[in-house]
Design a protein around this ligand. Structure first.
Ligand SMILES: [Zn+2]
Length: 386
């Protein structure tokens, strides 16, 4: 693999945009970050003059149900995953977890095998899988099919294993699993999150003690912060160590709630997620979600009962929205889209920031936050045609 150099750009490094720096990439890794005059740009280096644009760490989306017209539940195979990856790449997503919503256990197994196959075949950007359900609380099911939901029994725990080649996030409702299950799953290597849950504060706090890592789409489909019962939301906001995914589309969560979450969790523990559905990167106006029909209007996905059914959100839009909603600056918003999810997945030493030795997962964007290139492991995987 040849050496690359990015010049004439603003490099997001150490929490700020740096003018006058350039970056070289060798063998898929960031090799050097120096002032442009000191950068190697001899004949065997491919030089990319970025025309003053920003060079950002590639986004990592831990909740992607679909994209490019494809729903992962319906296309739990390598070509489906490839299609979803391509759709999101145009919005700066350099790493993601295909996310399966509640389905039969044989579909769950098939989805996990498909993600292993995709990683082994080298589909760019696949970091693992997110299994969201079916061990959820029917009272907080959202658009998940109530017929698919079940308790997680000890027998099933014994047969469940994380995937071989990447990370496995499992979203459960703490009250839908037996005592000790979360500890058991964490020991096996699952990253366990709470979601679609009506748990009390005490149940959630007990789950955190057992090794619960985080919360799936904080605020949505969970017990809310009440006056005498803090619920899942209260437990999440109160706990300094856990991670919270948030959907910053302006429809799922009121911007005020996002600002409060940011104040409680700080800049290190919130992650922007898309919770994206098939319309992202496609022109779909309607799609099937298992047995229901979902309409897409004004960037919002709703089933025929009017329930929000995932999003038409992409990661660069989530960054733009979060900045607008909370007033935080670009380096912090980007950190929530790249560095924080990398750390949540235990990949913080490999990706999620522009640092020497990290994988060259990079996004090039202009000052209006329009993505023009997405690089994954030093390979140009998306370039705008304009
Ligand atoms: Zn959900």
């Amino acid at each position: 693999m040849s050496t690359l150099a990015f010049t004439n750009c603003k490099v997001l490094k150490d929490g700020r945009l740096n003018y006058g720096l350039g970056v070289t990439v060798k063998n898929g890794l960031i090799d050097d970050i120096s002032s442009e005059g000191e950068l190697r740009t001899d004949d065997d280096v491919d030089v990319y003059d970025l025309g003053g644009q920003m060079l950002l760490p590639g986004f990592i989306d831990t909740q992607v149900n679909g994209g490019g017209g494809v729903l992962f539940n319906d296309s739990a195979n390598v070509s489906g995953i490839r299609r979803i990856a391509e759709a999101h790449r145009q919005f700066g997503t350099a790493g993601f977890l295909p996310t399966l919503i509640s389905d039969e256990l044989d579909v769950v197994e098939q989805a996990m095998r498909a993600v292993d196959d995709a990683i082994e075949e080298g589909v760019p950007g696949v970091l693992g899988v997110h299994i969201e359900g079916p061990f959820l609380n029917p009272e907080r099911r959202g658009v998940h099919d109530s017929r698919k939901l079940k308790r997680l029994t000890a027998d099933t725990v014994n047969t469940l294993l994380p995937i071989r080649s990447g990370k496995t996030v499992l979203t459960i409702a703490p009250e839908a699993v037996d005592a000790g299950t979360i500890r058991e799953l964490s020991k096996k290597g699952f990253i366990v999150c709470a979601g679609h849950s009506n748990a009390s504060y005490a149940q959630t706090a007990a789950a955190l003690k057992q090794g619960l890592s985080g919360f799936t789409h904080l605020f949505n489909a969970m017990s809310q912060l009440g006056v005498r019962e803090p619920g899942v939301v209260g437990a999440a906001l109160d706990d300094p160590g856990s991670w919270c995914g948030v959907i910053a589309d302006g429809h799922h969560v009121n911007p005020v709630s996002l600002r409060i979450a940011y104040r409680c969790k700080g800049p290190d523990k919130l992650m922007l997620v898309s919770d994206a559905m098939p319309p992202v990167g496609s022109v779909l106006k309607q799609f099937r979600l298992l047995d229901s029909v979902v309409d897409v209007a004004d960037g919002v996905c709703r089933d025929q009962n009017g329930t929000l059914a995932g999003t038409a959100l992409d990661m660069i839009a989530a960054v733009r929205n979060f900045m607008k909603f909370t007033g935080i600056d670009l380096p912090l918003a980007v950190k929530m889209a790249s560095t924080n999810p990398a750390a949540f997945l235990g990949l913080g030493n490999r990706t999620g920031a522009i640092e020497i030795g990290k994988r060259a997962d990079l996004v090039v964007a202009d000052d209006d936050l329009q993505v023009s290139m997405t690089w994954i492991a030093g390979a140009l995987e998306y370039e705008t045609s304009e």
